[in-house]
Design a protein around this ligand. Structure first.
Ligand code: G3H
Ligand code: 13P
Ligand code: ZN
Length: 333
């Protein structure tokens, strides 16, 4: 058993309380490799933003959980080396799907876990979430739960359609499970294809897809039921058009990729939404930079020469999210 406290990590409790009161949101960035982690830490340290490092089940299988934990420990030291005196870094399991996986992460030094029972019948979601909360809270590890279903692919979980969270269920769910934060479904979804073209309109000037707005009425109703309770938004990548264009211009094929417009996320960040999950945008930044090097310098074969530019592009992206979208800069001196 390793306590996250020994690793210099923090749970989400204080971060979320401050974010709700301050009208900003904490970035939750997924990582699978060293370059992503370096970019996340550099961006957070340079902006003094609290940050959540997210590890999915897939990332854990890809990178090895022991290695990931030591990477997170190293990230705290790296942040200090960069001049960030009091780094506020949380290591979080994204979309945990069983009690055993969540327990293993708690035992392995994670400071926060998500138990995603959103695809289960309501009472089963409550029972599973409660079991994880009871275990995690013994070690002061915070727990995120989910109510409502996001469309798209979440790790091994797939749903054809989204089902908005039912505001009439949230008080009962939060009270009976004791969860620390709640992910809700208000129209976001995972991946780079968040809406089908038929759900969108087209900008007559650019021909690009314009997605439908998020269901802020559902968010408002949830906040009314649970005043001051930390709300989480998954599937919040914006799918920047410049990355899609760069990828497509250099041999890629991402037709009609569409994300959540940044102004909608800015609005959400000012509310009780205090954690915003971003993974796909980082993948797009990485891929755009790598494709450009491969296309323009076909003789290049030193990974540092294409992973380096990818890392720089991701750092730029993360700083942009922190400063221009979430407003978490300067909140962790
Ligand atoms: O919600 C899903 C995250 O983007 C993680 O994706 O399971 O491919 O690592 P992954
Ligand atoms: P995106 O696919 O929109 O980046 O969402 C990531 C996410 O929700 C991770 O849990
Ligand atoms: Zn997610």
């Amino acid at each position: 058993m390793v306590s996250y406290k020994e690793l210099g990590l923090v749970n989400t409790r204080e971060m979320f309380a401050k974010a709700i009161n301050g009208g900003y949101a904490i970035p939750a960035f997924n990582f699978n490799n060293m370059e992503q982690l370096q970019a996340i830490i550099k961006a957070s340290a340079e902006t003094k933003s609290p940050v959540i490092l997210q590890v999915s089940k897939g990332a854990r299988n890809y990178a090895n959980q022991t290695l990931l934990r030591y990477m997170a420990q190293g990230a705290v030291e790296y942040a200090k080396e960069l001049g960030w005196e009091h780094p506020q870094i949380c290591l979080h399991l994204d979309h945990g799907d069983t009690f055993e996986l969540c327990k293993s992460c708690v035992d392995f030094g994670f400071s926060s876990v998500m138990i995603d029972g959103s695809s289960l019948p309501y009472e089963e979601n409550i029972a599973l979430t409660k079991k994880v909360v009871e275990y995690a809270h013994q070690y002061d590890v915070t727990v995120e739960a989910e109510l409502g279903v996001l469309a798209g692919v979440e790790d091994d979980v797939q749903a054809e359609e989204s089902h908005y969270t039912k505001p009439e269920e949230v008080i009962d769910f939060a009270t009976r499970t004791g969860c620390d934060s709640l992910a809700i479904s208000i129209g976001t979804s995972h991946g780079a294809y968040k809406f089908k073209p038929e759900q969108c309109t087209r900008d007559p000037k650019t021909g690009k897809l314009v997605p439908p707005p998020l269901a802020f009425d559902v968010l408002d109703a949830v906040m009314e039921k649970l005043p001051g309770f930390p709300i989480v938004l998954h599937g919040s990548s914006s799918v920047p058009q410049e990355y899609v264009d760069t990828i497509n211009a250099h041999g890629g094929k991402l037709p009609d990729a569409v994300g959540i417009p940044e102004e909608q996320l800015r609005k959400a960040a000012k509310s009780a939404v205090c954690k915003i999950n971003i993974d796909s945008d980082s993948r797009l930044a990485f891929t755009a930079a790598v494709r450009k090097v491969f296309d323009e310098k076909p003789g290049e074969f030193d990974p540092r020469k294409y992973c380096g530019p990818a890392r720089d592009e991701m750092t730029k992206l993360y700083k942009h999210k922190i400063i221009e979208v979430l407003g978490s800069n300067g909140k962790a001196e």
